[in-house]
Design a protein around this ligand. Sequence first.
Ligand SMILES: Nc1ncnc2c1ncn2[C@@H]1O[C@H](COP(=O)(O)OP(=O)(O)OP(=O)(O)O)[C@@H](O)[C@H]1O
Length: 295
Amino acid sequence: MSAALVTRGLGKRYRSTWALRDCDLELPTGAVIALVGPNGAGKTTLLQLVAGLQRPSAGSVSLFGRLAPAESPQALAQLGFVAQDHPVYRRFRVSDLLHLGRSLNPAWDQDLAERRIDELGIPLRQRTGRLSGGQQAQVALALALAKRPRLLILDEPVASLDPLARREFLQVLMATVADEGLTVLLSSHNVAELERVCDHLVVVAGGRVQLVGDVDSLLGAHRVLTGPSTGLPDGPGVIHVDRSDRHAHIVARIGRAEPMPGWAARPIGLEELVLAYLRRAREPRPAPSELEMSA
Ligand SMILES: Nc1ncnc2c1ncn2[C@@H]1O[C@H](COP(=O)(O)OP(=O)(O)OP(=O)(O)O)[C@@H](O)[C@H]1O
């Protein structure tokens, strides 16, 4: 499968602080890609760099095989972006937003936009500021889809929605992905919710990519090992260790971790996997000499 998005050494610095650093990604076309990480991890920064809303301090972004500045017309024509906080102009009527979309986008699909708004039961004359948060998010999604993007970027699209609206939003999104074959990159804090919808995963923390890959392959490559809390193994395959008085639970990458007699292994869930990498990112890095001793 060809890459929808490739980043090489991508980084963004605000004064002396790197919000995102050394970001190398190759994300497949036609996939739903979840970008997860804690507050301040660098998710919005990455999405804005890809969408051309920020200029990188380092590195490059390629969309669908073309190295183009993200803010170039060629790149922008391929992108739909739904921002985190204010996805629609609140003083506009829905019809004004459609008019704006049609004026600004050469490939605008007015039928699709009107059909989606109609399916939502939202009158075109309604001012968007009077819509509920869930309706606003749905209108923003309809506008982004009507642009007929190849890559749709959604920054925490369901954060402000109630559980029912979240589920409906994700259902509409999944149906569209299936119909149109577009690539979706969406950020979220809620990993459990994403498990149903995403097939590729990017975990960021502290401005760096901690884990990236196809979800099934990542789940297949990791196990939770349970055994005695004494004599704990260490090494490059061990991602995170949780100890209690008598037992230890270890998240490990199989193949790299040594087989351990007396330890039970079970498959891992997506949330457990993400948490293990996030906890590892928070732990102080061992000095190189310690790593060498334990490897
Ligand atoms: N305009 C800015 N000026 C200075 N620092 C910034 C700016 N925007 C973001 N940052 C910093 O960059 C880091 C990454 O922020 P970013 O918004 O990308 O994180 P995030 O993962 O999207 O967080 P959240 O989940 O809370 O939205 C944070 O430390 C943030 O304070």
